[in-house]
Design a protein around this ligand. Structure first.
Ligand code: PNS
Length: 160
């Protein structure tokens, strides 16, 4: 039986932290669906299509990774993809409360859904998409924290 995990997120934009988690997950699961959430309450910097392209650029060709987007509940998306594993990253204690609530709610909505938490490489623990967006918005160099394609896309969004 092949183990298919879903890694959901906003990925606005994808960071080296996301990439790190994805590489680690490939060591644990047969297939990984990286799923960009369409959130009508958020005004993202990058469109869903742009985020999917940035993930494609950052991850390169990897037959065991599928890139997808979903709207609505993650539990319904997991059901539709026959997956019972959700992968999430835990960077610090501050992530825990929100992640714990989400895992519990997802299990309530889909009784078989398990959430697996992975921690990123220690030098990436402080990274978040929102910090990257803010740094780039004010002209900071984010090379090394994101894939070069993402750095280019941020420079296009925030020309000097
Ligand atoms: O990268 P993020 O913004 O922390 O990802 C959060 C995400 C997209 C995984 C979460 O908001 C989500 O699953 N949204 C879909 C709606 C849903 O199922 N919410 C949780 C139960 S109500």
């Amino acid at each position: 039986m092949s183990r298919i995990a879903i890694y959901p997120g906003s990925f606005d934009p994808p960071t080296r932290g996301h990439e790190d988690l994805i590489r680690r997950a490939l060591g644990m699961f047969d297939r990984l669906i990286v799923a960009v959430a369409v959130n009508p309450n958020k005004e993202p910097l990058f469109s869903v299509e742009e985020r999917l392209q940035l993930l494609r650029d950052a991850l390169g060709p990897e037959p065991r990774i599928e890139l997808a987007s979903f709207s609505g509940l993650l539990a319904d998306f997991a059901r539709s993809r026959d997956s019972t594993i959700v992968l999430r990253g835990l960077r610090a204690v501050s992530d825990f409360e929100y992640e714990f609530q989400m895992a519990m709610m997802n299990r309530r909505l889909h009784g078989a859904l398990e959430t697996v938490f992975l921690v990123p490489a220690v030098d990436l623990t402080y990274l978040s998409s929102s910090l990257i967006r803010e740094a780039a918005r004010f002209g900071a160099n984010v090379d090394g924290l994101v894939h070069p394609a993402v750095a280019d896309a941020l420079r296009n969004k925030f020309p000097a």
